[in-house]
Design a binder for this molecule. Sequence first.
Ligand code: BTN
Length: 324
Amino acid sequence: MQKDDILRLLMESKTGFVSGEELAAKLGISRTMVWKHIKALRGSGFGIEAVPSQGYRITMVPDVLRKSEVEQGLRTKLIGKEIHFYPEVASTNTLAMEMASRGAAEGTVVIAETQTGGKGRLGRKWLSPRGNLYLSVVLRPNIPTHKAPLLTLMGAVAAASAIRKHLELPAGIKWPNDIFLSGKKAGGLLTEMSAEPDRVKHIVLGIGVDVNMDLKELPAEIRPISTTLSAEAGEKIDRSPLVRRILTELDRWYQVFLKNEADVLREWERLNITLGNRVAVSGGGRTLEGLAQGIDSEGRLILELDDDSLRQVAAGDVTLLKGR
Ligand code: BTN
């Protein structure tokens, strides 16, 4: 699209300026057409100044995700070879599952600015105001179904690593797959699967990260236990390069997973904030308390109960308790 090409040329310019004449020549269009596109870009929130004898220059970029910006410089082997952007969907996971069952290629990514029916773990809702990240990835690993939970751990490793590398924030993982910063939740993952009796057909890995939203958008009861990347970084975050970094880390960690899943578990252990703590795990109407000792080869949490017996937990909500 010519509008995207103009944006790209302006963003790539070393001085910041590109003349109308140059834009027109590079795109093979008239200067009047260039002017019309500049007006349209201003209409969608860009600040673009026009300086006589120098040209146009971007002064402000609106907080919207652009496909062209995410794709620009994305050097992944598999993840994000095809990216679908939507201003609004019910749930990127639901849409990606539909695409997967219609044959979408492995690595296909669905991203939305907002979700009207965002889904969280354990049947909960995932509030999805604008300014955050909501993305889902189609995967087609040749693995037995009981190994599927490991892919959620892989996704958590990729998301936490991306936040650490891109923003230098000390993101950690609370079992099984909550992204934590300063003791508060900043994101989560939800995996959905279609399977034959014992093999995975396809998996959708959904990632939600709270980036720029105002925490007041959340209900009062979860506000004190939630945070956003911008609150932690102390500034607004440009989401496109962050998406690129998340896709890059997913690409990398998915390949590691396919070669040797133990390497993913080792990295999960390095980034986790659960093990070694006394925890309460609730789910299915009951709560177990004990020492979080480790995770097994299928990603289940190993709890040492107060009578010294060991218990493996496959799903639940973990609260870190003080004292051992
Ligand atoms: C959790 O409960 O912690 C998991 C939240 C997962 C939310 C993401 S947002 C993108 C994708 N689409 C959804 O409907 N859910 C996941």
